[in-house]
Every structure is written in structure tokens, then in C-alpha cells.
Design a protein around this ligand. Structure first.
Ligand code: E4P
Length: 217
């Protein structure tokens, strides 16, 4: 399972990178705004800064909602750095854009996916990644993990190559359960990634080992 971090915060990306388990980064317009990154020039520079920290794929989202605009923005993003993956919303024009970029050999991440039908369309349109937002489904009394399970089933039935990128991950058990269900990738906050480290028995056990070592020396 690949681990992506879902942030535009460079310090957090650096910290995740030093752990040695990071495979990529996802961003979105809200995450960029949260870091105070505004204006086209600054936004594009920020994407390059992120690419220079990590080795893997970096999702950068288009703002346009029409095909022509998505193609123009997506091509400009893809030309920024070889690690950029163009993030396209799951709307009608977006499906056309996914097809266009697939034919052009440009990697895409289909975002804002909330149903199996949408995931099926994204795969048929040749998306590199599909991003079901499991946390936002949970927030709306709908089981996000069930969506991952169902997309896995459908993609395996037809050997679709589109990778399931579990998004809107909120906590460690989202990550663990997505891994059990066979999600190819998860993207979540640093807190969820580092949360996987924690177990009280590890801390108690280590304290005991160190104390016993001290007694013997
Ligand atoms: C995915 O690529 C999105 O950036 C993200 O996972 C959305 O998560 P949120 O629901 O925590 O905003």
C-alpha cells in the first residue's frame, strides 16, 4: 500500500519524508489556501517545492470546470515537473478531461468520488488514480470503507488498472481498514500516519528493557 500525505504544508511533508515511508503527496485548493498560498505564480512554485521534497507523485488540482480550461491548466501543471499528477473533479467535463490526459500519457487523479458508479466511469476514462473520500462519507452517515470494498470488487472484476487512492482519511483505523480491503494508496494527515506507531505495550516494554539493561550494568 502506498502512503501519500494529504497536505500542502512543507514542514509536514518534510517530516513524513524523513520517516522513509512516504510515496507521494495530495493537495487540493483548500489545503493550498490553508497554507496561505495564493496567486497562480506562488501556487505553481509551491507545487515544484513539494516535488523537490518527495520522490513520488504529487497531485495538483485544476480549478477550471470546463474541458478546454481543464486541459489548459492540466497541461501547464504537468509541464511543471515530471512528478505532477493532474487532479480532475468527477464531473462530466472531468470525465472527458481524464480521457484526454490518458491519451496524452499524463497521469491523473480523479477527485471527489463518492460512489461506485463514479469510480467505474473514472476507470473507463483512464484515470491513473481514483479518490473516494471516505471521511466525508462517514461524516454523512454513510460507510466510506464499504465504498472502498465495492470499488475494489468492481475494478478486480474487470482488471482495471486505475489505482484506488483512499482519500479523506482521518485516523489510523481508516488506514488499517483500507489496507485490509486492498486500497492501493491512502492519503491522510501526518497525525494518522504517525498514529500507526503508537501502542502502549511498546512504550511499557521498551521502558522495561532499558531499566533492566541499566540494572545489569
Ligand atoms: C484528497 O485528495 C483530498 O485532498 C482530501 O483527502 C480531502 O480530505 P478532507 O475530507 O479531510 O478534506
Amino acid at each position: 500500500m502506498k502512503f501519500f500525505i494529504d497536505t500542502a504544508n512543507l514542514d509536514q511533508i518534510r517530516e513524513a519524508q524523513t520517516l522513509g515511508v512516504l510515496d507521494g503527496v495530495t493537495t487540493n485548493p483548500s489545503l493550498m489556501a490553508k497554507e496561505g498560498i495564493t496567486g497562480e505564480k506562488n501556487i505553481l512554485k509551491h507545487y515544484v517545492d513539494i516535488c523537490n521534497i518527495v520522490d513520488g507523485d504529487v497531485s495538483a488540482e485544476v480549478i477550471a470546470v470546463d474541458l478546454k480550461g481543464m486541459i489548459k491548466e492540466g497541461e501547464a501543471l504537468a509541464n511543471l515537473h515530471p512528478q505532477i499528477v493532474v487532479k480532475i473533479p468527477m464531473i462530466e467535463e472531468g470525465v472527458k478531461a481524464l480521457n484526454y490526459f490518458s491519451d496524452a500519457g499524463i497521469k491523473t487523479n480523479c477527485t471527489l468520488v463518492f460512489s461506485v458508479g463514479q469510480a467505474l466511469l473514472a476507470a473507463k476514462a483512464g484515470a491513473t488514480y481514483v479518490s473516494p473520500f471516505i471521511g466525508r462519507l462517514d461524516d454523512n452517515s454513510t460507510d466510506g470503507l464499504t465504498l472502498i470494498e465495492e470499488i475494489r470488487l468492481v475494478y478486480d472484476n474487470y482488471a482495471f488498472e486505475t489505482e484506488i487512492l483512499a482519500a479523506s482519511v482521518r485516523h489510523t483505523m481508516h488506514i488499517v481498514n483500507c489496507a485490509k480491503l486492498g486500497a492501493d494508496v491512502m492519503t491522510g494527515p501526518l497525525s494518522a500516519i504517525k498514529g500507526l506507531l503508537k501502542h502502549p505495550l511498546t512504550d511499557i516494554g521498551l521502558a522495561q528493557f532499558l531499566a533492566d539493561h541499566k540494572k545489569g550494568n
